[in-house]
Ligand binder design. Structure first.
Ligand SMILES: [Zn+2]
Ligand SMILES: [Zn+2]
Ligand SMILES: [Zn+2]
Length: 242
């Protein structure tokens, strides 16, 4: 499985317009983050935020299907720009579809309803299984466990308010979780300290933080701060698994 991190920011991109904090004025290209999104094997798009079209152009990729974790704006507003791809499959829960249809009443995709636990075949031996996670009270949110043809696995849970309870989160080669803050408690997102504690129980091969918040520190500072076995994703990062 080839994993490309198309975007690694939280709900708003970094740098923030007009902000002069160290993160926003950093000269490190890894501190330029667009909305969180993944591309698998160059063809499966996971979440389609407002930056999706540009991210795909830059990656030189044309997705043949899209999966959504939930219908918050930073994960779905890019669907409009992808609507001319020819009614490709859009995998999401029923609640997510309802939420997306409030934003885009006309949805030019072949909507495939996701049921947690039920495998979704994505072609070429790639499979996904969704599981419910705590995030935001009114917005049903899932995370995905992806398994490649050789059994390699990735768990993607960018938006989490608490530790994932599903056994599907356990023991992947790579666990990707959100990083809104280091220690500070905020609504709907657990701090990195809590994610580190919960990741240790899940025993992944490696944990990578994504969906990185503002004023959390520069990429280099975060990399130095996380313990062994943990890292921080950045836009354009590619990982070959299996
Ligand atoms: Zn988000
Ligand atoms: Zn800033
Ligand atoms: Zn969200």
């Amino acid at each position: 499985m080839r994993v490309t991190v198309l975007g690694s920011s939280g709900a708003w991109p970094i740098p923030r317009l007009g902000c002069d904090c160290p993160q926003c004025t950093s000269g490190d290209p890894r501190d330029r983050r667009l909305r969180a999104s993944l591309l698998l094997d160059g063809r499966v798009l996971v979440d389609a935020g407002p930056d999706a079209y540009q991210q795909l152009l830059e990656a030189g990729a044309v997705p043949d299907q899209v999966l959504l974790t939930h219908h918050h704006h930073d994960h779905v507003l890019g669907l409009h720009a992808l609507a001319k791809l020819g009614r490709i499959p859009l995998h999401c829960t029923k609640e997510c579809e309802q939420g997306v249809r409030v934003i885009f009443p006309r949805l030019d995709f072949r909507v495939m309803q996701v049921t947690p636990g039920v495998p979704i075949e994505l072609g070429h031996g790639l499979r996904a299984q969704a599981f419910d996670v705590d995030h935001s009270g009114r917005t049903r949110t899932v995370a995905y466990r992806f398994t490649g043809a050789a059994g390699e696995s990735l768990v993607y849970a960018p938006d989490l308010a608490g530790p994932p309870g599903s056994k599907l989160a356990r023991g992947p080669d790579i666990l990707m979780v959100g990083a809104a803050t280091r220690e500070r408690t905020v609504k709907d997102h657990m701090p990195m300290t809590e994610s580190i504690a919960s990741a240790r129980k899940l025993k992944p091969g490696r944990t990578l933080f994504t969906h990185v918040g503002h004023r959390i520190g520069t990429h280099a500072e975060l990399e130095a701060w996380v313990p062994d076995g943990f890292g921080v994703a950045y836009d354009g990062l590619e990982i070959e698994l299996g």
